[in-house]
Design a protein around this ligand. Structure first.
Ligand code: GLC
Length: 729
């Protein structure tokens, strides 16, 4: 059956099912509850932690169509895959006893792998996947994550985050693919295609969820769930395009922005949720609320005068499913609103059609379909190797004066600092628990940075530090030990966090880390600074005084081994910054800034610029050219360049192609990334690369808020070369 026929078949089945449904059954489909509503504390390993009576009440009496989350009660952590399979089997068995046998769709946050399934493959977080500049790895991460979600019996992944990371203070920066629209679009859509394949009803594919639509990632004060003020032009230039790319990549659900933009909460924004999302982007899938955010239109935003009005506002704005999450108030209130005619049945039918369509597309209505077997699909050796490669390619060598790196295996290394000997600092939030900060739950077979160095070392590797992130470190002991070693690896950064719990007042490091750094530097031993964590904390004063700097961000469960591979030269680093690394906490200028930001005394002076990343070899690009000097506004243009490995070691290099529209009716960024290609070259080897720029690449949001290509001069830049062309009328 071809795609068109399949789509029509689903439409027919949805229409038929809808026609049989009662109002209550329809509203139930729009209701998503947290697992805890039907969960019950049982000892791990016993029967699934489900209260059968409450499950029957939710699914049979209240017709609930979706459940989410790991059993926070009683576990509040990742659970064995067998327990997940029992849980989801019990839920589907219960839904099979409903009048119309509509299956429940189970949603989970599998943000960098199957977060809440014990032993799953946990990848570098999005910020670090972006640093690989390797879409193939993102595609594979999507494939592996989908397999492990399905093998857990789960059906829907609240990922990828398509928010743009342009506010480094924001505690979810690391869940984004960084500050650039093109990079985030390419990495996010690669993930979606791997995760969904061509048909996400396949037993090893899972529907994704674009989040958090839209403008959530740009709070003015940097704190999560606080106001963003984003004008329409900025919205259309920077915040909508990644969601547009995700919709075009076929993601069938979006999750709504939990905060507010220009004074309008995401869940009340008809213009964003209906006029733009449906009318312009052509999105046909489910818009699901974020956690408790319909209620919050009343309890927090004071936009609604009552809980009932909050439900009406959100549903009429375009929210199809409510992540309530702890009760049936949404269900009760929406039934009342529909019976009173305050919410038309047409709007409810529209929402339920979208929900049923995704359930059909996910294969949930096929009762015979077996859950993907664990054997051969979960934590496989291939998946592990892919994760190890992703971790290696995510690490950024930011400074390597006098080729201090790589170190010899017999070097005597003193390892210290709060992120040197923990796994949680390499994984961040959404790891085994929501905040990812319970180190005792992390797998014993994974290695911290210190442990990985110790394992690979042929010399002496000593750790001086605490057991937990905030443990005090005996600086006197560090300085004394430094005398007996050749190098000091100083591992600084952040402990794990996500959402509002990760809010901070400054990007400065805490004083204890600064004091440790100063003491280590004063010891006179050569220091390698390693940072780990979700945000670019200010390290300028330290980085300026040490010969080696490695930016690790959140490389995932294989991060320790990857960093050790790079420190000892067993792997040649090739990660590049997906964000501008600020020099000072209030000097936040991004790479794609406007000319006025670098005019006269204004400058773009990050500690390390977007796209920065060194190698143990050297590369050069030359021969940048375009195939035409003049093109029409509706034509493509080809760009050619040659890249060469001019050093002594094999290595990977990402060639970045930037564009500048020299003069336009709206000020244009001094440069914007429009294409990139990662190549592996032997010493002396060179490769000719060709890129095609399309009218979309040359376009911008014009004075009238419409996307246009304007005649005039354009420049392309690669490395230190520039080539120009003109767009005629
Ligand atoms: C959280 C997050 C969202 C997540 C959802 C379900 O509040 O904002 O990213 O998918 O709730 O856990």
């Amino acid at each position: 059956m071809n795609a068109q026929a399949a789509s029509e078949a689903v439409e027919d089945r949805v229409e038929e099912l809808l026609s049989e449904m009662t109002l209550e059954e329809k509203v139930g489909q729009m209701t998503q509850i947290d697992f805890s509503v039907v969960g019950v504390p049982v000892a791990p390993g016993e029967e699934p932690p489900i209260d059968r009576a409450r499950l029957e009440d939710a699914v049979i009496n209240r017709h609930v169509g979706s459940i989410l989350n790991t059993p926070f009660t009683p576990f509040n952590k990742a659970i064995p895959i067998e327990t997940w399979r029992k849980i989801t089997a019990a839920i589907q068995e219960t839904s099979s006893r409903t009048r119309l046998k509509i299956p429940v769709i189970y949603g989970i946050d599998a943000i960098h792998g199957a977060t809440y399934t014990q032993g799953s493959v946990l990848f570098p977080q999005a910020i670090s996947m972006a640093a690989t500049f390797n879409p193939e790895l993102s595609f594979k991460e999507g494939e592996i994550t989908a397999r492990e979600v399905r093998a857990s019996g789960l059906h829907w992944n609240f990922s990828p985050v398509m928010d743009i990371g342009r506010q480094p203070l924001w505690p979810r920066l690391w869940e984004t693919y960084g500050e650039d629209v093109h990079l985030a679009s390419v990495m996010g859509t690669a993930y979606i295609k791997g995760h969904q394949g061509d048909d996400f009803s396949a037993p090893d594919k899972v529907p994704t969820c674009l989040k958090h639509y839209v403008g959530y990632s740009f709070p003015i004060n940097g704190k999560d769930r606080t106001p963003a003020w984003i004008g329409e032009r900025m919205l259309r230039e920077y915040f909508l395009p990644t969601f547009e790319a995700g919709v075009q990549a076929g993601s069938p659900t979006i999750m709504v922005n939990s905060a507010e933009v220009d004074g309008i909460p995401g869940h009340a924004n008809y213009q964003y949720l209906t006029t733009i999302l449906r009318g312009e982007l052509g999105f046909k899938g489910i818009a699901v609320s974020d956690w408790e955010d319909i209620k919050r239109l009343y309890t927090r935003d004071r936009l609604a005068a009552s809980p009932k009005e909050a439900v009406k506002i959100a549903v009429m704005a375009g929210v199809d499913m409510s992540m309530v999450p702890f009760d049936f108030t949404f269900y009760d209130l929406l039934v009342e609103l529909a019976q009173a005619g305050e919410v038309p049945m047409s709007r409810i039918d529209e929402a339920v059609s979208r929900i049923l369509t995704v359930k059909f597309q996910t294969g949930l209505f096929d009762p015979e379909r077996p859950v993907l077997p664990v054997e051969g699909h979960f934590a496989t050796p291939e998946a592990l190797e892919t994760n190890r490669q992703a971790a290696r390619e995510s690490i950024i060598l930011a400074k390597n004066d006098n080729h201090i790196l790589p170190l010899k295996k017999d070097a005597r290394i003193l390892v210290t600092g709060p992120t040197a000997n923990l796994l949680s600092v390499m994984n961040g939030g959404w790891t085994i628990t929501w905040q990812g900060d319970n180190e005792s739950l992390y797998p014993q077979d994974k290695l911290t940075v210190f442990e990985a160095l110790q394992k690979k070392s042929a010399g002496k590797v000593t750790y001086v530090g605490g057991q937990a992130f905030n443990d005090p470190i005996d600086i006197g002991k560090v300085v004394a030990e430094a005398k007996n070693h050749d190098y000091v690896l100083l591992a600084l950064g952040e402990k794990p966090y996500t959402e509002t719990l990760g809010n901070i007042d400054s990007l400065m490091l805490d004083q204890a880390q600064i004091d440790l750094a100063n003491a280590v530097i004063a010891s006179g031993k050569p220091v390698i600074l390693l940072t780990l964590g979700g945000r670019p904390r200010i390290i300028t004063a330290i980085a300026d005084k040490v010969p080696g700097v490695i930016l690790g961000f959140l490389p995932g469960m294989e991060g320790g081994e990857a960093i050790a591979d790079i420190l000892y030269g067993d792997y040649n680093p090739n990660g590049k910054l997906p964000i501008s690394y600020p020099r000072n906490t209030n000097d936040i200028v991004l790479y794609d800034h406007k000319p006025i930001e670098t005019f006269e005394s204004n400058t773009y002076k990050p500690l390390y610029p977007f796209g920065h990343g060194l190698s143990y070899t050297t590369f050069e690009t030359r021969g940048l050219s375009v195939d035409k000097a003049r093109i029409r506004g509706d034509e493509n243009i080809a760009v050619h360049v040659t890249v060469k490995n001019t050093g002594m070691l094999k290595g990977k290099e990402t060639v970045l192609l930037y564009l500048n529209d020299v003069a336009a009716s709206v000020t244009r960024p001094v440069k914007q990334l429009k294409a990139f290609r990662k190549v592996e070259l032997e010493p002396g080897q060179e490769q000719s690369l060709s890129f095609t720029l399309t009218p979309r690449d040359l376009s911008f949001i014009g004075v009238d808020m419409k996307r246009i290509v304007e005649p005039g001069e354009f420049k392309v830049m690669v490395g230190n070369e520039t080539a120009g062309f003109f767009v005629t009328e």
